[in-house]
Ligand binder design. Structure first.
Ligand code: FVH
Length: 290
């Protein structure tokens, strides 16, 4: 038998994501034990060869690797509080923040488990394909010990020993996602006042998003060096354009909250003397509470 079919795995939590995770392990040939608060959600997986454990303790006992994916970290702690975790490697793919991840690691390790935190950067249908990137943080030796099994879920990206990193990247990624979507909605609302529909504007918006994304490595270098020489545009110039965006939004009668937020942050940086520097100098404003 090849190594994969010998490596069994337990999956706790069979929601939309948990079912995709268990299905991917089954498809990759791993003996898979599942458990869910609502047992009926295991039916399809049992029909595909999964074993439904009568209790969580039984599920954990069947494998050295347990994947848990519930609604939130409170549910994870609530569910496993009375369960013996000794000797298992717990991979928590539940969404949360870095504080919750670090606390969960301490809680699990105190109970004799090895703990890896993770964040799934994909939707359930992508699970089991290379497109599904899954971020992991925690002891590298624990990840490497189970990498070949975890790779059944998608592309594994190891971020470092700090258990909080996977959640931190996940939440930072949400900032990118909602910022791009909100910026696109702002432009769409403006153009619709001129009869330009969303589908017509979308390709232009995509080009802008891809273009700006291309600036990130150079801007990151300026941030890491702490030097923001204005090579292409000074912040003061950007703020003048922000005024155009605010005035245009107000004239068109669309929401101007987002444009005003852009300018409020930039104005603070200019007031601190950075008007002649490049846009990434704003990292100083983002690095402290307003
Ligand atoms: N679905 C997605 O596209 C996203 C992609 C990115 C990552 N998220 C995160 O994955 C976690 C689970 O998400 P989900 O979509 O599977 O969520 P649900 O379908 O609502 O399933 C929730 C499961 O959690 C179980 N559960 C909730 N509370 C408890 C509890 N107190 N005790 C035991 N189990 C609990 C629930 O059980 P049941 O309702 O079926 O009995 C489900 O198994 C989540 O963090 C996403 O942010 C998914």
């Amino acid at each position: 038998m090849d190594k994969k079919t010998e490596t069994s795995v337990a999956v706790i939590g069979l929601g939309l994501m948990g079912q995709a995770l268990a299905g991917a392990f089954l498809k990759a040939g791993h003996p898979t034990t599942v458990w869910n608060r609502t047992a009926a959600k295991a039916d399809k997986l049992v029909a595909e060869g999964a074993r439904l454990a009568p209790t969580i303790g039984e599920a954990l006992a069947t494998s050295s690797l347990t994947i848990i994916c519930l609604t939130d970290y409170d549910a994870v702690r609530e569910l496993l509080d009375a369960t013996d975790l000794e000797g298992t490697t717990l991979v928590n793919l539940t969404s949360g923040d870095s504080t919750q991840a670090r606390e969960a690691a301490l809680w699990a390790e105190k109970r004799g488990a090895r703990y890896l935190d993770g964040a799934i950067m994909a939707l359930p249908p992508a699970i089991g394909t290379d497109e599904a990137v899954i971020l992991h943080s925690g002891p590298e030796s624990d990840l490497e010990a189970h990498r070949s099994t975890l790779e059944a879920l998608g592309t594994i990206s190891y971020l470092g020993a700090d258990h909080g990193l996977a959640s931190l990247y996940d939440v930072a990624g949400l900032a990118m996602m909602w910022s791009v979507l909100n910026a696109w909605l702002q432009g769409t609302a403006m153009l619709r006042t001129a009869g330009v529909d969303a589908a017509t504007y979308a390709p232009f918006a995509q080009q802008m998003a891809v273009g700006v994304a291309g600036w990130l490595p150079g801007y990151a270098e300026q941030i890491d060096k702490g030097s923001f020489t204005a090579e292409t545009s000074a912040l003061a110039t950007d703020v003048r354009a922000m005024t155009h965006l605010i005035e245009e939004s107000e004239t068109l009668g669309v929401n101007a909250e987002l444009p005003k937020l852009f300018k409020a942050i930039a104005d603070r940086s200019i007031a601190a003397g950075h008007g002649g520097e490049q846009y990434p100098v704003l990292i100083e404003e983002f690095s402290k509470p307003a």
